[in-house]
Structure formats: structure tokens, C-alpha cells
Ligand binder design. Structure first.
Ligand code: PLP
Length: 404
């Protein structure tokens, strides 16, 4: 008889966004004329920039011609894309990353979820609390955690690092030493960023303790402050302790096209083994590459015109972030984030719990956000608003919240 992977049964039932969708559906059933404004789920709303669409069309046309048709992509991605990433995202910032160290994929979620496969089950993971749920869930599926403790809202055997107003939503070094450390900055959900000095502390800590940092930089394009690092490899010694994961989703609106990459420096070793060949083997065995037209579209992001158009799109979203942040602040709400990140982290008024506030906002303002408690116990009494809406929706949603 076929047996299932019992670890899947440890996963907590309702995924945050399906619960939100259900609540919206139920409200709409009872109020068919309601015009609900969504500042919840972190999907983008602006169409893909024209220069990228042009490259995509051209690559699609190439696929229809005998002379230019392409079949399977190289396992680790096309050199034309990997070279631009290495040059513009890393070498231009002084990072010693070469094209061979970049693995192209169809997005950061897969990489964030899959990367744990190359590490032993005995490794102890540390995550921020609140946290993007994929890091913990993928480790639960693999069997790297214990049971879920409903009273604590945590899985046993995981080191949760509280991110609170007191520490500026940047975790302190944990008391118990982890083997794998998930960090994500600019952060989803809090919108917090890490200074170079703070990130250097984490790199030094990882080197000292033979730990590996899994650094999710999916939102690096939203950094406005020149003193905030875009990559962990801007820190000394990071090539010896860190893997970085990036996405084209929020940088260039590829949530529906799918493109991302993972950087594994060739010198990165743990327990005397290099990690680069393991991920290369995993990629070659389980993955057949991102589509050629999508990789061409990705390369167009790095052209001068592509860069200009993508920067304009990011500026548009960051103006939304400013409207949300300042609009709510001026009405007395306690908010953070939204300066170097597209997320605004808002304290719920009068210590209301996150889901209560969700229901109240839905019912009284017809506005949807994301309850902070869905990202971990320390997200309780917080609420995430996203800057990825269009301008009119964002302005109206802020006005509705202000008028509550
Ligand atoms: N990492 C973080 C922190 C995210 O918030 C998201 C998407 O919301 C992802 C990764 C997934 O990105 P992708 O669309 O490339 O799979």
C-alpha cells in the first residue's frame, strides 16, 4: 500500500491567503454591491514594461523559425542572462560573484522552498517571526521540524527570532545556535531593512558558527537608501556562508511570467563539502530550465531602456507606499516599513487582534489587508498593507481607513 509523507499532515490547515479569499467571498455573497479594495496579497498590478514585452515578442518569433528555434535551455540558465546579472547586480556593487555562480529558475518561491533539500535533516533552522511562510512550511514537509504547537503558534524544533518594534523588526542574534538561517531583507511582511553593519554582524556570526544564511532578496529593487545593502555579498566573508535568492516578480512584474535566480558561490562549503555542485546536480535532475522567451525578457530588464522603465514602475509603487504610510501616520496609526520596501506594517488600533481588525476593515471600509498573525505569533496585533495596488485604489483605500 502506498504511504504518504506524514510530514504533510503536520502542516497547518489553512494557508493565510486562502482564508482571506474565503472571507472576501463570504462577504461578497452577503453584499453583492460592495466594492472591495484589495491591499492584501502581494501581487503586482502594473503591466510589464514595453521594452521587456518587445524582447519577449522577439524571442517568441525566434522560436517559430528553423534557424533560431531553441529547445531545452542550458541547465543553469542562458549565459546572456547570467552574465548581465553577475555584472550589473553584483560586480557593479563590488561583489565577487561570477556568472557560473548564478542559477536561473522560474522564481524565488521554488528556490526558497527547494534549497533546503541539499541540507541534512538534522540541521536546525532559524527564521524571523513574523516570516514569509514558505521557509518554515518547506522544512516541515521535509521533516526537519517537530509537531506544530497550537498554543505557541510554532513548530517544535525551529528557532523563531522575534522581530518587534523594540528591535526595529530586525532580529537579534539567537541564543541557541542554528545551522541554517533564513533572512529576508527588505522584509516581507514588515517592510524593515537591514543596515550593512547589521548584516555584517550576521555574516560574521554565520562564519563563526559554521552556519549557512539563506538570504531572500526578492525586494532589493525597492531599496531607496544608498547605505542599505542590496546583496548579502556586499558584506565581507559572505561568499563563505551565504546563498542569495532573488526574483524578477516584484522587480519587473514577472509574477505571471516566472523568473528568478539563486546565487551559490563556488567557495561556499559546509561540513567540508561545496554546496555549488549539490545545487547544480539538483537543478540538473529536477528542473529543465526557465523558458527561453522569459529568459530573454529577463535580460531586457538589464538594458538601459529596460532599467529606466522598471525603475519608473518601482517609483510608482513606492509612491503608493508613501501615500499609505503618510496617510495612516497622519491619522494616528502606528506604521513602519514602506520606505525601502513595498510593504507597510501597521499596528492594529487598541490592541485588536489581527483577524478582528481584518474583519472590521472588510465590513466597515470594504478594504482588505493581510493579518500580521498569519506570518507568525509576533505578527499578532499587526496588519500588512501592500503598495502593489494601482494609484486610485490605494488612495481610496487609505481614505476609507482614515475615515473609520
Ligand atoms: N520571497 C519573498 C519574501 C516573497 O514575498 C515572495 C513573493 O511574494 C517570493 C519570495 C516569491 O517570489 P516569486 O514570485 O519569484 O516566486
Amino acid at each position: 500500500m502506498a504511504k504518504i509523507n506524514q510530514n504533510y499532515l503536520k502542516l497547518q490547515g489553512s494557508y493565510l491567503f486562502s482564508m482571506i479569499a474565503r472571507k472576501i467571498r463570504e462577504y461578497e455573497d452577503g453584499h453583492p454591491n460592495a466594492r472591495i479594495l484589495r491591499l492584501g496579497i502581494g501581487d503586482v498590478t502594473q503591466p510589464i514594461a514595453p521594452e521587456i514585452i518587445r524582447a519577449l515578442h522577439q524571442a517568441v518569433d525566434e522560436m517559430g523559425q528553423k534557424e533560431t528555434f531553441r529547445g531545452y535551455a542550458p541547465d543553469l540558465g542562458y549565459p546572456f542572462l547570467r552574465e548581465e546579472i553577475a555584472r550589473q547586480d553584483y560586480q557593479a556593487r563590488g561583489c565577487r560573484i561570477s556568472p557560473e555562480e548564478i542559477f536561473i529558475s522560474d522564481g524565488a518561491k521554488c528556490d526558497c522552498g527547494n534549497i533546503q533539500e541539499i541540507f541534512g535533516l538534522e540541521n536546525k533552522i532559524a527564521v524571523c517571526d513574523p516570516v514569509y511562510p514558505v521557509y518554515v512550511d518547506s522544512n516541515v514537509m521535509a521533516g526537519r521540524t517537530g509537531e506544530y504547537d497550537p498554543a505557541a503558534g510554532k513548530y517544535q524544533g525551529v528557532i523563531y527570532m522575534p522581530c518587534t518594534a523594540e528591535n526595529g523588526f530586525v532580529p537579534d542574534l539567537p541564543k541557541e545556535t542554528p545551522d541554517l538561517i533564513y533572512l529576508c531583507f527588505p522584509n516581507n511582511p514588515t517592510g524593515a531593512v537591514m543596515t550593512r553593519q547589521a548584516l555584517q554582524q550576521w555574516v560574521d556570526y554565520a562564519v563563526r558558527n559554521d552556519a549557512v544564511i539563506l538570504y531572500d532578496a526578492a525586494y532589493e529593487a525597492y531599496i531607496q537608501d544608498p547605505f542599505i545593502p542590496h546583496s548579502i555579498y556586499e558584506c565581507d566573508g559572505a561568499e563563505r556562508c551565504a546563498i542569495e535568492i532573488r526574483s524578477f516578480s516584484k522587480t519587473a512584474g514577472f509574477t505571471g511570467l516566472r523568473l528568478g535566480f539563486t546565487v551559490i558561490p563556488k567557495e561556499l562549503e559546509t561540513s567540508g563539502e561545496r554546496l555549488w555542485p549539490l545545487w547544480a546536480r539538483r537543478h540538473g535532475t529536477k528542473y529543465n530550465g526557465a523558458a527561453y522567451p522569459v529568459q530573454r525578457a529577463g535580460a531586457a530588464v538589464y538594458t538601459p531602456e529596460g532599467r529606466r522603465q522598471v525603475a519608473a514602475q518601482i517609483a510608482y509603487y513606492m509612491e503608493n507606499a508613501r501615500i499609505i504610510r503618510e496617510g495612516l501616520k497622519s491619522s494616528g496609526y502606528e506604521v513602519s516599513g514602506g520606505v525601502n520596501a513595498p510593504y507597510i506594517w501597521m499596528k492594529t488600533p487598541d490592541e485588536r487582534n489581527s483577524w478582528e481588525f481584518f474583519d472590521e476593515l472588510l465590513e466597515r471600509a470594504n478594504v482588505v489587508g493581510t493579518p500580521g498573525s498569519g506570518f507568525g505569533p509576533h505578527g499578532e496585533h499587526y496588519f500588512r498593507l501592500s503598495a502593489f495596488g494601482n494609484r486610485e485604489t490605494t488612495q481610496e483605500a487609505v481614505e476609507r481607513i482614515r475615515s473609520l
